[in-house]
Design a protein around this ligand. Sequence first.
Ligand code: SF4
Length: 331
Amino acid sequence: MKKVEQPIDCVIGTTYNCNSRCTMCNIWKIKNSPELPVAEYKKLPQSLRDINISGGEPFLRKDIVEIVRVVHERCPKARIVISSNGFMPDLIEKRMKEILKIMPDIGVAISVDGYKDMHEKIRRIPDAWNKDMDTIERLQKLGMKNLRLAFTILPENIQDFGKVYDESKKRGIQFTHAFAQSSEHYFGIDIDNNPDKKELKKQYLHIMNSELSSWNPKKWVRAFFAHGLYKFSIEKKQVLNNDPGTKFFYLDPDGVVYPSVVHNFPMGNLREHAYWDSLWQGKKANESRKQVRTIGQPAWMICTARTAIKKNPHKVACWIVKNKITGMRDL
Ligand code: SF4
């Protein structure tokens, strides 16, 4: 049987413990989360080029510094970003001082799901906005450049989408976003996410035109990603084929590998395999890929989209040239 190619992108859920109470996620209700021993991360494939260390809240892991050390040593060519809710400025600053010694260009993404009061309402944490801005400012003082605000689109916060984007520009940091999706094994929630279409279009046009008007090619690609997410949110279709379970995977805190955070077809448990390849090339992983192809739902998330964008540079370049020249008036 032909060998499956190696993955280049992954999300690592390090713990389900979480100090937030988000309306679109049930992870925080999980008590006594499993936590994969740090040594298990030495089995990660060295082919990885983008790794998102996530949770729950990853800074709640006492050994987060060690996790970064092991992951970085094992996958030295990978860009690493830690996704955090940002609600523990003291602890995050302390841990990041140590982490930056290991990997000075590591990134941190702070989730912000609304402008000021709306963020607090969705996260259900008092003073959520100020805590997050405090964390961002402390990380900037540590000299961090690779910082971003991460916005999750919901019907109740769509009018704040552009405002949070503008805030990231004002602070000179990056912006990323996602569409809240149903996920049994990750968010533990079944969600019907249908924001007002007119407002969604207005907000996306603002963000895409702003990204395209810059002279930064990374921002143009982000505009394409946004275009894909807009299409996905309206039509529930992907603009490009992506490869959950082939170029991408999600590793949960118990060691179970899934094709992505929305495809609940376990591929195997890392704890039960001495080497990555025995899991990735194994029967269970192949059955899981078959399920993705036959019954898997479409998805457009930064992790899976990134691999699709890398595989289709011409299509993406044509879209960018056309829309950069004419500007986007409609979607
Ligand atoms: S979305 Fe993230 S921060 Fe919010 S409860 Fe879930 S894991 Fe915690």
